[in-house]
Design a protein around this ligand. Sequence first.
Ligand code: ZN
Length: 316
Amino acid sequence: MDKAWKVLTIIALMVAVFFGGYGLIYAANNLRAVALEENITEKHDKLGDEGEASEVEGVETVEDPTNGQATTTSGKPKLPSRQKPNIQGDIRYIDVADLDKTLILVNKGWNLPRDYVPNDLVTVETDFVSYALPERRQMRAEAAEAMLVLMEAAKEEGLGLLCVSGYRSYGTQKVVFDNKVKAVGEEAALKYVAYPGQSEHQTGLAMDLTSRDLANGLTSSFADTAEGQWVAMNAHRFGFIIRYPAGKENITGYNYEPWHIRYVGQEVAQYIYEHGLTLEEYLEADESFLENEENKTEEIVENMTGEDIIEDDIAA
Ligand SMILES: [Zn+2]
């Protein structure tokens, strides 16, 4: 009898230690997420006064059907002041004053200057594909911090999420683009690869992801992996959006890229996620660039998806 009590006590202690430890880890992660959120909110508040005012509607709390936890549905966050064009010849560049904004819009109508390099690039110390070059392991500091938290959360879910490519300089993008044109021709290349100066990767705010199971490739089948599904459902919690969603090709100018996420901050990412928007729609951007024949995307190249594009350097 005495022995049985001892055994029971030991089991009870083991259970207590196990759950206690788990609770501590859980609490530490929560604290970290809250700290990140506060940090980002603080930065946002500092920037808030510069933006054009747009009404913030009421905030309501709803049940999230995915996990039963309460989440906040917020009104549209304040829009930043409208991006200014600096037109040179036929090309519309982004004005220097707007270059370092977190909500910078880069697409087929808004070019980054050739010599633009973000001044706060840092290496993201997380799991990358083995062939990722040092340049591409970088992001702007705020995005890098959020990326680390996202990767850690994915790992805790037991997922094999890997980073492929973050920052790419103008020169790197030129090599990527030229190689793709050589391989498939310019028209096909343009559906996936950005012209130098039109790549979000040059902002240091974008990251291409893959799953260990996909042999490190960037393909539309990423969307069907556990990792891809988790990213689609959760990236916004860390301040990222799926930048080129399915069905929005005529707004973004790019085919669906489930692997390409873009940092916009938690508040904006949450709003964009809840409303199924693109960054162009969220920013109420001038999309007249799509009237340009070259930028039209109605004739999407149907035979260039998935397996055709399993290689490193293809993405926008
Ligand atoms: Zn990309």
